[in-house]
Design a protein around this ligand. Structure first.
Ligand code: ADP
Ligand code: MG
Length: 458
């Protein structure tokens, strides 16, 4: 039987990647151009820089992937691309490129969910690995426990309620003066430390919960370091790294194994950048051995972002007929299992309606309204703020539809700072900010993330 060949593109965060994968399992080429060195200076990914770097790298990366695979674009059966979740500008670079290639070569375009890609890395690692299984997905942006019932069929058993595991690693690394991304640095430093030296909290939430919370442990580490500094005590960084890592790994291991046992599924897979962690891999291996659970963990290079995993997931989407048209958009907050085909702007407007219903009686909203009424005493300022607000909302919707301009973004942030110089307006904005935090909670960072950026003068 003829191989199904897919050219896959990944650009959701700070790696520009392309790969050619046969039948979802065999990697013919896997090319990654990482921007980590560029973002290191800022201690994290800067979205604008990421988008621009993707534009510079993408053609070269795709050419190289095709060349290394020994195939041509004409040989491909489909072109696949990550359509979400991720940074909107970064996603759009890959999506535009994939659309252009698919159109030019007359190939079907397959949209892929980034986390589905991470999970599929296991199909490459182990050629006979298949659903059903439980997968712990732990990366810089996500921490999920997922029951994969079939290809493309997912039940999310738990997820983080605040920081992702990788985010906690990166934040703790920063306070330990370990360069971004912090995971590998902590992993290495922890090898020299005592994991039982400091009793950092294990946040397990409700007894039967599969959710995670990592912001508490991050704060505990920061407090520990601050206390030591205040008392002038010497800190053993390796002990801090090892103890922090052990606390995170204990919780990840315990919940993953419990999920398998309770769901009656004796197969556990790992995915995402944090799965490259040596302590996590060993801890899960030991627990799985104890309970007779079969385990699959991708090679570290397949754990962090790459396009081979997207090519694997795309194969199963493709044979199930999930193909997008040239109107494919980027979906920065796409949920696992949600298809991005035919998602309309109406969804965004529907969400806006849902929030306004929820916030009308909220105390933050009442405080915000009062501050706004107070502003009316200075009509000129009031009008200016109203105008700002109107343009900001227009901007927010435009940004959802990816038709915003950077000039408008610049104007809004400058205007914001000018208005802030006025004390009355400051109160309005402070209350507005807590309101936006509330929005954000309700929408789980979807719609209002961009409002937050504008308010923060991003
Ligand atoms: P995302 O797709 O969410 O951006 P990735 O899957 O690319 O994330 O993973 C990046 C994350 O993985 C970073 O937070 C990084 O610190 C973490 N990471 C990478 N290697 C390790 C490791 N050995 N130990 C712990 N964390 C790691
Ligand atoms: Mg990733």
């Amino acid at each position: 039987m003829k191989d199904v060949l897919i050219l896959a593109i990944e650009s959701s965060c700070d790696e520009t990647a392309a790969a050619v994968v046969a039948n979802g399992r065999r990697v013919l080429s896997n090319v990654i151009s990482s921007q980590i060195a560029l973002h290191k200076v800022y201690g994290g990914v800067v979205p604008e820089i990421a988008s621009r770097e993707h534009i510079k790298a993408i053609d070269k990366v795709i050419d190289e992937a095709l060349l290394k695979s020994g195939k041509t674009l004409e040989d491909m059966d489909a072109v696949a691309v990550t359509c979400g979740p991720g940074l909107v500008g970064a996603l759009l670079v890959g999506i535009s490129e994939a659309k252009a290639l698919a159109f030019a070569a007359g190939k079907p375009l397959v949209p892929v969910h980034h986390i589905e890609g991470h999970i599929a890395a296991n199909y490459i690692e182990n050629a006979v690995w298949k659903p059903p299984f439980i997968c712990l997905v732990a990366s810089g942006g996500h921490t999920h426990l997922v029951h994969i019932k079939d290809y493309g069929s997912f039940e999310i058993m738990g997820k983080t309620r605040d920081d992702a595991a990788g985010e906690a690693y990166d934040k703790v690394a920063r306070v330990l003066d370990i360069p971004y991304p912090g995971g590998p640095g902590i992993d290495a430093l922890a090898k020299e430390g005592d994991p039982d030296a400091i009793a950092f909290p294990r946040v397990r939430l409700e007894a039967d919960s599969y959710d995670f919370s990592f912001s508490g442990i991050k704060s505990a580490v920061i407090n520990y370091l601050n206390n030591a500094k205040r008392k002038g005590e010497e800190v053993n960084r390796a002990d801090v790294a090892a103890s922090f890592q052990k606390a995170v790994v204990d919780v990840l291991t315990e919940k993953s194994v419990r999920a398998c046992r309770n769901a009656g599924v004796n197969r556990l897979a790992l995915a995402g950048g944090v799965s490259a962690n040596s302590c996590l891999r060993e801890s899960i291996r030991l627990e799985c051995e104890k309970y007779g659970i079969e385990m699959c963990v991708p090679a570290p290079s397949l754990c962090t972002d790459n396009a081979a995993m997207i090519g694997s997931a795309a194969y199963y989407e493709f044979i199930n007929g999930n193909i997008a048209g040239p109107d494919l958009n980027a979906y920065p907050s796409l949920k696992l299992g949600e298809k991005c085909i035919n998602k309309k702007t109406d969804d965004v407007l529907g969400l806006a309606d849902a929030i306004s219903d929820k916030i009308m009686n909220n105390t933050e909203y009442v405080r915000y309204k009062a501050a706004m009424d107070n502003l009316k005493n200075t009509p000129e300022l009031y009008e200016r703020v109203q105008n700002f607000k109107k343009r900001m909302f227009e901007f927010m919707l435009a940004r959802q539809e990816n038709r915003h301009t950077f000039d408008e973004e610049k104007y809004l942030s400058q205007e914001y700072f000018k208005i802030l110089l006025n004390e009355d307006a400051k109160i309005y904005f402070e209350n507005g900010l807590s309101l936006i935090k509330l929005f954000e909670e309700i929408l789980n960072r979807a719609l209002c993330k961009c409002m937050l950026d504008v308010f923060a003068g991003d």
